[in-house]
Ligand binder design. Structure first.
Ligand code: MN
Ligand code: MN
Length: 298
């Protein structure tokens, strides 16, 4: 295992926190999703860094993994529940944070449920606590408010350059035995819904990550693969980011298809609540300390 540079993770958190506050004002009825995503990615670039992953803007019953397509003209509706999820990459020190905005102003309780669950989880976590027990805390709080936690979405460990580093933090009680250790870095992200309590894949995929670089046959695929390796490493990227690298949309589609077929790429399908329920999410990145947590994205 490589040494962890905690200051890079702290810087990534601090920048994300600043942008998080500034970006909340960008989400308004009639506003363009693509504008918001590109503005946040631009704010990260202005700080001199790259996004840790594409800005996710998931609305209403979409729980996660949507980022606007290149040229998208989608706009926020008057009653949208908008989840903005993004992170910063500082020399492989990563942050991951998310917030929900209720444009309808009718679903405050749904937002409170996931916000309170996140606060409680952050207070509960310390060395020796099991990840499955955190799921119990999240589940209890969300259910006490009359909602359901999304059982197949989880928080996750982070490592330098790796967003999902193998250990998950469930949002429901499980027997998962991993115990938090001082120095671990995790993203905690409770999701609450008035629907079924789990998500399904949709057919749409806008976000990918390199899984195992290997041989590709098509010349365009080789070129794009090299670009992905150099620019994003193993971190997630958006199809939209590759548009300016490619002569045509079709060539890009075919190259991505080839890399998916040969299992070089992992796809992150857009995730939709099973019953079409509304979904709220709040997320922070933390470093486990001797007796609690340090929130890097506070
Ligand atoms: Mn996130
Ligand atoms: Mn996350």
């Amino acid at each position: 295992m490589d040494e962890i540079n905690y200051d890079d993770f702290r810087t990534a958190g601090k920048i994300a926190s600043k942008i998080r506050k500034e970006s909340e004002n960008l989400v308004m009825p009639g506003g363009s999703l693509l504008d918001v995503a590109e503005t946040i990615e631009g704010m990260i670039a202005e700080e001199g860094y790259k996004p840790a992953f594409p800005v996710n803007i998931s609305i209403n019953n979409i729980a996660a993994h949507y980022t606007p397509e290149a040229g998208s003209d989608a706009v926020f509706g008057d009653d949208d529940i908008v989840k903005v999820d993004f992170g910063v990459n500082v020399n492989d020190g990563l942050s991951d944070t998310a917030y929900t905005i209720d444009l309808s102003e009718k679903h405050g309780k749904l937002l409170d449920a996931s916000r309170k669950a996140l606060d409680a989880a952050l207070k509960f976590i310390k060395p020796g606590v099991k990840v499955g027990e955190v799921g119990g805390v999240v589940e209890e709080i969300i259910k006490a408010d009359g909602f359901k936690p999304i059982s197949n979405l989880t928080g996750h460990m982070l490592r330098p350059g790796i967003l999902h580093a193998g250990i998950d933090v469930p949002n429901v009680k499980t027997e998962d035995p991993y115990e938090f250790q001082e120095g671990d870095i995790f993203a905690i992200e409770p999701f609450a819904t008035d629907g079924k309590g789990y998500v399904n894949d949709t057919d749409q995929v806008e976000i990918f990550s390199l899984y195992m670089p290997g041989q590709v046959r098509m010349r365009e695929s080789r070129r794009i693969l090299t670009h992905i390796l150099n620019e994003y490493g193993l971190l997630p990227f958006a199809e939209r980011w590759l548009h300016k690298e490619c002569k045509s949309k079709l060539l890009l589609k075919n190259a991505l298809k080839e890399m998916l077929r040969t299992q070089m790429l992992k796809a992150y399908p857009v995730l939709k609540e099973a019953e079409g329920g509304l979904v709220s999410q709040f997320e922070h990145t933390i470093i486990i300390t001797a007796n609690g947590v340090e929130v890097t994205t506070k």
